[in-house]
Design a protein around this ligand. Structure first.
Ligand SMILES: [Zn+2]
Length: 129
């Protein structure tokens, strides 16, 4: 099966994220131990002058999504993994970068799942980063 990840990304960026995500490279990888991963670089933690909090700052244009080649033939899995990783990308771009799989992340996933009409996993059985 020949899956075009860019096309799936564009489709869901429009359908579920109102095209709020920047254009992010998406590729299959043989080298990752988890189902999917969203890479992103941050400026070093520094003190936010007004909030008096330590914050990470996302470095623009450093996002990259990788999906394990194991799922190359499982279209439903690919969609679910990709949407999970796109949600990380959304938080990296617009909200707290180091949100992990916390409460806010799960709330967003629930909203997106309802919109998509299928369940996007909070985490994956095979540890998704
Ligand atoms: Zn994750």
């Amino acid at each position: 099966m020949n899956v075009n990840l860019e096309i799936i990304f564009d489709y869901y960026n429009q359908k579920l994220f109102n095209n709020e995500l920047p254009k992010i490279p998406v590729k299959f990888s043989d080298d990752i131990d988890c189902a999917g991963i969203c890479h992103c670089d941050f400026f070093m933690k520094k003190m936010h002058p007004k909030l008096n909090l330590l914050q990470n700052y996302y470095v623009p244009n450093t996002l990259l999504i990788e999906i394990s080649s194991k799922y190359k033939d499982n279209y439903q899995r690919i969609e679910a993994i990709l949407l999970h990783e796109m949600t990380h990308a959304w938080f990296y771009s617009y909200d707290k970068p180091k949100i992990g799989h916390g409460k806010k992340f799960r709330k967003k996933i629930r909203k997106l799942s309802a919109k998509a009409g299928f369940k996007i996993p909070y985490r994956y059985i095979e540890e998704m980063a």
